[in-house]
Structures are given as structure tokens and as C-alpha cells.
Design a protein around this ligand. Structure first.
Ligand code: AAL
Length: 396
């Protein structure tokens, strides 16, 4: 009995030792998982926003989902969804383009790709596009919808000049996985939530945000998928479809989905692999990730305030580089006003750029969005919240 008590005491003492005594193998789960400070992390940044001229807020016009930006003959080009509908900001829309000399003042030019004729697979809306440039030829890939089909497709158009004219490929280059069942497959609008009969694969309900990057001689078309019978709008993930030629055929990777999170797709060449900004949807929302092969992504750090549907100026996006340099500016949309509009963002995701991570860059540190939206409700004004009103000096 005496020995048993002694043994129990020793056991307790030793297990206490193991959590209090440090030896060479002591390492917490967090430190085993990931080490590194944001201040040393090349893929860490804060985002800063600025208004632009020409594509900013305008009553009566939605402009949203901008493409990546390219530079041709000293002029920047961008493509985006332009929509005049009051019920939706992306259905019943066409693709337009604009140019700029400095990335701040933009000139809206004309439609690039318009909806097809009645009965065509793109007769209701062409929207959310991205650009690809290969050997002096330009390709736009974009979402397409008919008026009645709930599930969308991805189309492509090409041109010899960024100003067009654009020629559409006759058939979609990507389609949703044809499983799951909607109560009504032929219903206008975009509400699949109440339209569910039988759940489907992760990309059976929608294939969105197509964007192509060139890697090792292949064309990697990244896209976001929603399943039929998605429970929440934020259950999206990304997949990739791969082709030997820009026009396809694109074959979906057997590894899809290749992310477990992410809404608007944003990928860029980074060093020898591919970087990804995974925005507001899913368990790994708000992260920047990296993959050596474009399929297996790891989280590198967490970012706040990622530009919604950002389209960056990524100078080497289509160069099939093994030395991806990143980017430091672009346009994104603001979608919570009556008419969606474009704004400029700046960041430090260009290699060797100096990180602006001083205290004044952490504007969101003390931000509660509901307070920011309705300061008066909380007894303060916007001026006070923004720190523009100084304390009155007493006893001077
Ligand atoms: C966007 C994109 C797709 C969706 C809608 C318009 O930000 O994810 O394009 O369909 O919202």
C-alpha cells in the first residue's frame, strides 16, 4: 500500500515535470504547426484603398468583378461586368473595358463581349471575366447564363488587339458537374437555396470567377464552385481545369476542389509556384496560400480586409515564369451600396517591396463594423471614430 502511494506520487510529479520543465523537444502544437512572424513574411500585407476616376460610384450603373489588369503600349487595360439592372448587379449584364495611363483616372471605352442572341447559351448575361495574353493574342474567359438555366457555364472570346473586336468560341469551355437536382432547373434568377431537390458535387450549382494562369507550358483555369443544395452562400471552394492550349479543351483536375475555402478567385505567379488570396468564404477564409504545383496549397498567413473580387496588375501573370514577382496594386469592387463601383487598392505583395505595417496601417484593429456603419447609434460621429476630432486642450 505504502509503495502504491509512493508510485502514484511519483507518477503525478513526473507528469507535472513534463509540462513545466523545458527540454530540447518541448514545442507547443502551434509552434510545430507554423513558425514565422508576419513582419518577416513576404506574403503578408495590409491593404490600402483609394477612390478612382471614371469607374467609381455612378448612380444607375453597376461596375463589378474587374479582371486582372494588363499593360499594352503604356496603357493599362481592365475588363469588368457592367450592369444597369436594379434587381441584380451581375445578371442581365455585358462585359466592358476601360483604359488608364496611371491606374487612377480611367476612361470607360465600350462593350468588349456582349450577350448572345435569344436561345444562345449566353443570352441572359456575360459577366465576371478575366484576361489571358498569349503570343500577342488576347483571351477573355467569363461566366455565362441563359435566362432560364440555373446552372451557368464559362465561355471564352479572343482578339488580336485589347480593343477588340472579340470573337466568341462557339461552345462553353467549362460546365458545371451535372449532378444533384434542382426543384426547377429552369428558373430565372440566382436563388438555388430554396430550389434544392438532391445535393450535388461541389461545383454542380455554379462555376464562377474563371481566371487563367500559365504554368509549365499548361493553361490552368481556376474557378470557384458552389454545389447544388449549398446550405450557405459561403460554402464555396476552388477548382482548376487544365489545358495544353489557351482555347482548351480544359479538363477538370481529379484533385478538385483544390481549396476548402475562397469566393472570388485570385491567383498569381509567386517565385517557382502559385500564390492565392483566399477571401471571405470557408474555414480558411482570409488567408494567403502558396502551392508549388498549383494544386496543393498551404496557408502562409492570414490577411484582413482582402479586396473584394480584386483584379491586380500582375506584370508576369502569363509569362510562365519560375520567378513570380507578385503585385502591389489593382482595382476591386465595393458591393454594399445601391450601385456597385470600383476602387483602387494598394498593398505590399510585390517581392522586395518595403512592408507598410506601421501602427497607422492597422486601421481595422479597433473596428467593429456595426459601429463604423452607424456611429450615431453608438453615440459618436464618423469624425470622432476616424480620430479626426482632437481632444480639447485643457488648462493651457
Ligand atoms: C461575384 C462572383 C460571381 C458571382 C457573382 C458575380 O463576385 O463570385 O460573379 O456569380 O459575384
Amino acid at each position: 500500500m505504502k509503495y502504491l502511494a509512493y508510485f502514484i506520487f511519483l507518477l503525478g510529479y513526473c507528469s507535472a515535470c513534463s509540462v513545466t520543465k523545458k527540454d530540447a523537444t518541448s514545442q507547443s502544437a502551434a509552434m510545430q504547426r507554423f513558425q514565422g512572424n508576419d513582419s518577416d513574411n513576404e506574403l503578408y500585407t495590409r491593404f490600402r484603398y483609394k477612390p478612382i476616376k471614371g469607374l467609381g460610384y455612378e448612380e444607375g450603373v453597376h461596375r463589378r468583378d474587374p479582371s486582372s489588369i494588363i499593360k499594352v503600349d503604356n496603357l493599362y487595360y481592365i475588363w469588368y461586368t457592367r450592369c444597369l439592372d436594379t434587381k441584380s448587379s451581375w445578371l442581365n449584364a455585358d462585359l466592358w473595358y476601360a483604359t488608364s495611363k496611371d491606374g487612377i483616372t480611367w476612361e470607360e471605352k465600350a462593350p468588349a463581349v456582349e450577350r448572345g442572341e435569344k436561345g444562345a447559351w449566353d443570352d441572359y448575361s456575360v459577366f465576371t471575366t478575366n484576361i489571358l495574353v498569349v503570343n500577342g493574342k488576347y483571351y477573355l474567359c467569363y461566366q455565362a447564363r441563359t435566362f432560364l438555366e440555373q446552372r451557368n457555364t464559362v465561355g471564352m472570346a479572343w482578339a488580336n488587339n485589347p480593343n477588340g473586336p472579340w470573337t466568341k468560341l462557339p461552345e462553353p469551355i467549362l460546365t458545371t458537374t451535372p449532378d444533384g437536382e434542382l426543384l426547377d432547373e429552369h428558373k430565372p434568377g440566382f436563388s438555388q437555396f430554396k430550389n434544392c431537390k438532391k445535393p450535388g458535387s461541389w461545383d454542380s450549382g455554379a462555376i464562377h470567377d474563371p481566371g487563367i494562369i500559365v504554368k509549365d507550358g499548361k493553361y490552368l483555369l481556376y474557378y470557384k464552385g458552389h454545389p447544388v443544395c449549398e446550405k450557405m452562400f459561403a460554402d464555396s471552394k476552388w477548382g482548376v481545369a487544365i489545358a495544353d492550349k489557351p482555347e482548351g479543351p480544359y479538363v477538370k483536375s481529379p484533385y478538385n476542389p483544390i481549396t476548402n475555402s475562397g469566393h472570388e478567385v485570385w491567383v498569381f505567379p509567386w517565385k517557382t509556384g502559385i500564390g492565392a488570396l483566399v477571401d471571405w468564404a470557408g474555414p480558411e477564409k482570409g488567408t494567403v496560400q502558396y502551392s508549388e504545383d498549383g494544386i496543393n496549397f498551404d496557408v502562409v498567413t492570414t490577411l484582413e480586409d482582402i479586396p473584394p473580387a480584386g483584379g491586380a496588375y500582375i506584370a508576369d501573370k502569363f509569362l510562365d515564369t519560375n520567378d513570380g514577382q507578385g503585385f502591389d496594386w489593382g482595382l476591386c469592387h465595393y458591393g454594399r451600396s445601391d450601385w456597385t463601383f470600383l476602387v483602387r487598392f494598394e498593398c505590399d505583395l510585390k517581392r522586395n517591396s518595403e512592408k507598410q505595417i506601421g501602427w497607422n496601417q492597422f486601421r481595422h484593429y479597433s473596428t467593429i463594423r456595426d459601429v463604423m456603419l452607424q456611429p450615431e447609434k453608438f453615440g459618436v460621429t464618423t469624425e470622432i471614430l476616424q480620430g479626426r476630432r482632437k481632444h480639447k486642450k485643457k488648462n493651457k
